[in-house]
Write a protein that binds this ligand. Structure first.
Ligand SMILES: Cc1cc2nc3c(=O)[nH]c(=O)nc-3n(C[C@H](O)[C@H](O)[C@H](O)COP(=O)(O)OP(=O)(O)OC[C@H]3O[C@@H](n4cnc5c(N)ncnc54)[C@H](O)[C@@H]3O)c2cc1C
Length: 388
């Protein structure tokens, strides 16, 4: 039987970030990552749109971005191996949230929290919005917040950079699937794999994204994380538009520049939960395009070139991630999942948090206690209100 100090279930961006930070803090620690698909075909990470922003309401989310965004910005050098850089392709294009009058108070409150946490967040009234983004139709818009130091990157570039760096530091990636966890009431002892191999572990980290609920069920932990299908589209328009940031509109329309066109989508929160990757090829025309044209008439002539689907690992309790130990129950079983659409940007901070809990037994940098499993057990939501 193989044994390891730390066994991480799921080797996409959250699992790889956790492995990388454990090795940063404790180079001698024996870390294995169990990942059944090194192509990451269905992993959410490869289907993400790459946005990284500080516009949240919960201080923990803002602070995770305050760490994660500079990490991503410098990742090409930080994750370089023997002078060969990673390829994260960070673009500091900024984020823009726009709201109508009914959401003005929420935007104002969020803006105040963001500023209190050192975020460069500029409040824009309608005149300023018009001056900065003349292509935008301001019907129904009362104000916006622009965070020019936010941006986006290539999620696969960040994943591959973290994975390669973790491996160069001695992390072993095991090409297998976890099918069971041997445990007693207070301790997780070993992982059973599809190949029938067994890995004994000092700590077990559940970083299985939209599959995290299945892993938690192996130790009888109820975890309210469900797969929520979301479409992402790449589209182009022949019309000229000024350079846009990552725009988040009142209709939950979200898009950003990408190459010669734009990448984005519109989340349907009522989508039935499940592992459904089917693509509805009419969704863009039926749902996204009308919202897009309403806000930016220059998209009247736009063409959707590609649509793909992916899963949000949606925390049904409050839309915030579950990060930390199963305190009071199974202290060596940790969860880093349920990011509900923000797992790429928050992976560096979540990985560091998991590493601190394992190596130091407590948070040393950013206190994420409010995001741990206790609120799930107590059914006490801690809601993110920045998703307007
Ligand atoms: C369309 C779309 C757009 C998005 N846009 C953004 C964005 O702009 N910004 C942002 O920050 N986030 C975004 N997200 C969310 C982001 O992609 C996820 O939050 C993030 O990728 C989660 O990473 P993860 O490593 O936890 O999960 P995943 O990437 O899903 O990885 C989970 C891994 O667990 C593995 N696994 C599953 N079962 C087992 C098992 N039994 N044993 C071992 N391993 C297992 C899987 O093979 C998989 O590789 C978006 C998501 C989607 C779908």
């Amino acid at each position: 039987m193989r044994s390891a100090d730390v066994a991480i279930i799921g080797g996409a961006i959250v699992g790889s970030a956790s492995a990388y930070f454990v090795k940063q803090l404790a180079p001698a620690c024996d870390v294995v990552v169990i990942e059944p698909d090194s192509t990451y075909e269905f992993a959410s990470t490869l289907r993400a749109s790459g946005g990284a922003r500080r516009q949240f309401s919960c201080p923990e989310n803002i602070e995770m971005s305050n760490f994660g965004i500079p990490f991503i910005r410098h990742a090409d050098e930080t994750l370089a191996i023997d002078g060969v850089p990673a390829h994260v392709e960070w673009r500091e294009g900024g984020y823009l949230f726009i709201v109508g009058s009914s959401e003005l108070d929420a935007l104002r409150a969020n803006h105040a929290v963001q500023q209190a946490h050192g975020v460069r967040a500029d409040w824009l009234g309608t005149d300023e919005l018009h001056a900065k983004f003349p292509s935008m139709n301001l019907d129904g818009i009362a104000a916006g917040v622009h965070t020019p130091e936010d941006g986006w990157c290539d999620p696969n570039g960040l994943l591959q950079g973290l994975r390669r760096k973790a491996r160069s530091l001695g992390v072993e990636y095991v090409d297998d699937r976890v099918v069971g966890i041997d445990n007693d009431a207070t301790i997780a002892r070993s992982l059973r794999l599809a190949s029938r191999a067994v890995i004994a572990a000092g700590y077990v980290v559940n970083a299985a994204g939209a599959w995290a609920k299945q892993i938690a069920a192996m130790v009888d932990m109820p975890l309210p994380i469900e797969p929520l299908r979301r479409f992402e589209h790449y589209f182009e328009t022949p019309n000229r538009i000024e350079p846009l940031p990552y725009v988040k509109d009142t209709a939950r329309l979200a898009f950003r520049p990408e190459g010669r066109g734009y990448s984005g989508g519109l989340v349907n929160s009522d989508e039935p939960r499940g592992y459904n990757f089917d693509v509805d090829h009419d969704y863009f025309e039926r749902v996204v395009w009308p919202a897009l044209v309403h806000r930016f008439p220059a998209f009247e002539a736009c063409r959707c070139r590609r649509t793909w689907s992916g899963l949000y690992e949606q925390n049904e309790l409050d839309g915030n991630p579950v990060i930390g130990r199963w305190s009071g129950r199974m202290e060596n079983f940790l969860v880093a999942a349920g990011f509900s659409g923000h797992g790429m940007m928050h992976a560096p901070a979540a990985g560091r948090a998991i590493a601190e809990l394992i190596v130091h037994g407590r948070y040393e940098t950013l206190d994420l206690t409010r995001l741990d499993y206790r609120r799930i057990a107590e059914h006490a939501p801690y809601r993110e209100l920045g998703i307007l």
